[in-house]
Design a protein around this ligand. Sequence first.
Ligand code: HEM
Length: 87
Amino acid sequence: MLVIDAAVTHLENLSSLEEYLANLGKKHQTVGVKVDSFSAVGESLLFMLEKCLGTAFSPDVREAWTRLYGAVVKAMSRGWDARKEGE
Ligand code: HEM
């Protein structure tokens, strides 16, 4: 949640988090996290937001959160791919 918070705070300049997120992705790969598990975490995040926000969780809000989470996962995946290629 701290990382999602940081992503929201840096929404206008997400690239400033690129290096940190790539390293975080690398760390997850090292501890055995599968890339597929990220979709389960994303679905949980959206489910939690839907439950908390109720009717305020409009299609636009859902789309915005889906994009934000997607950007975080994409940036984390960069660390993943780089590691695989290096092996
Ligand atoms: C976008 C999604 C995720 C974010 C933002 C995230 C973020 C983080 C952060 C910030 C840490 C602490 C890293 C540190 O100690 O330096 C961490 C650790 C960890 N995460 Fe995630 N995580 C995500 C998804 C997942 C998923 C899908 C799994 C597994 C199903 C997972 C498993 C773990 C584990 C096992 C650790 C502990 C690693 C250790 O032993 O230090 N994470 N995660």
